[in-house]
Design a protein around this ligand. Structure first.
Ligand code: 13P
Ligand code: SF4
Length: 314
């Protein structure tokens, strides 16, 4: 039996395959540290969407979850887009199936909703929307929505509620949530705050309001980097998925970055994000599978609200 490949062998193989395929490796901030270290770009959903659109590589190896790789294909359809594990889903995406949203919009056609979808949704849902947003630009996008139309915000009710607080704009909210971020509770965050009384708290807007109220800053994963770099204190409690800590520790070496705990664990992992591994990244570059594909009619309808977002968030 051949000896198992070491992490070093795998990294070398991945870099060689990347060159041979003329591929770019795009990585979300929640991926494991070994994958982040191989990324040509590591960032949040917004930065990843811009990079996916502008790359001139032939292949995009997308290390994140399925909707992120799908977004890359929507905005750059001539490229081959692969992701290490095709089953890397997202609980927010699952909470809003396209047929259910379509039926809801038909039933409430009299409302003439302006539909804003958080990017954590399928291509089928994007195809039903007017504009997309990410946690990094949601406030800006909602502020640019037509004043004379009611807004339906899908699928994250927590992000939607936070955006309403920030903008003062009333919206009807789809009742989806991120199974990872709702695990943080007022008690779990208060407990860690008591351990680090001088710490600042930064939280993702997918957290519940009870947790957001305990935070000094609520922002996207990318903005967390800037917040932590500029924070005038050493201790910072980071209330989001655990992968974020890898990049933060690299970029803010002078800070003591403390993962926000849940009631059950010392930190929170997204099981979907963690399905990707170095082996699977090597395999997807070697085999150019699994690929992200979709019907061209859906892609075209999903592209329009994504391009509107990229334009409006400049
Ligand atoms: P960001 O766009 O802030 O990185 O968030 C993506 C995500 O899936 C959060 O759970
Ligand atoms: Fe989806 Fe939550 Fe995982 Fe982000 S952390 S990919 S929102 S399940």
């Amino acid at each position: 039996m051949p000896a198992a490949a070491t992490a070093l062998d795998l990294k070398e193989e991945i870099l060689a395959l990347k060159k041979a395929r003329n591929a770019v490796i795009l990585v979300h901030n929640y991926q494991s540290g070994d994958i982040q270290d191989l990324g040509d770009y590591v960032g949040d959903s917004l930065g990843l969407a811009y990079h996916a659109k502008s790359t001139d590589a032939d292949v995009i190896a997308f290390c994140g979850v399925h909707f992120m790789a799908e977004t890359a294909k929507i905005v750059n359809p001539s490229k081959i887009v692969v992701l290490p594990d095709a089953d890397a889903g997202c609980s927010l995406e699952q909470s809003c199936p396209a047929p259910q949203l379509e039926a809801y919009l038909k039933e409430h056609a009299d409302k003439n909703y302006y539909v804003i979808a958080y990017i954590n949704c399928s291509a089928g849902v994007k195809a039903l929307c007017d504009v997309i947003c990410t946690s990094g630009n949601a406030v800006k996008i909602v502020n640019k929505a037509p004043a004379d139309r009611p807004i339906l915000f899908v699928p994250d009710a927590n992000l939607g509620a936070w955006v309403m607080e920030q903008t003062g704009r009333k919206m009807d909210l789809w009742q989806g949530s991120c199974y990872v971020h709702v695990e943080f509770t007022r008690d779990s965050i208060n407990r860690i705050k008591a351990e680090y009384p001088d710490a600042l708290v930064v939280a993702h807007p997918e957290c519940t309001q009870a947790v957001r109220l305990l935070a000094d800053e609520v922002c996207s994963t990318e903005k967390m980097i800037t917040f932590c770099k500029n924070a005038p204190v050493k201790d910072i409690i980071v209330v989001t998925e655990s992968g974020m800590l890898h990049r933060l520790r690299k970029e803010c070496p002078d800070k003591n970055l403390i993962p926000g705990p849940t009631d059950r664990c010392a930190c929170a992992d997204c099981r979907y994000m963690k399905m990707n591994t170095l082996q699977k990244l090597r395999d997807c570059l070697a085999n150019l599978e699994p690929r992200v594909e979709m019907e061209e009619s859906v892609r075209i309808r999903a592209e329009a609200p994504l391009l509107r977002m990229l334009e409006q968030s400049k």
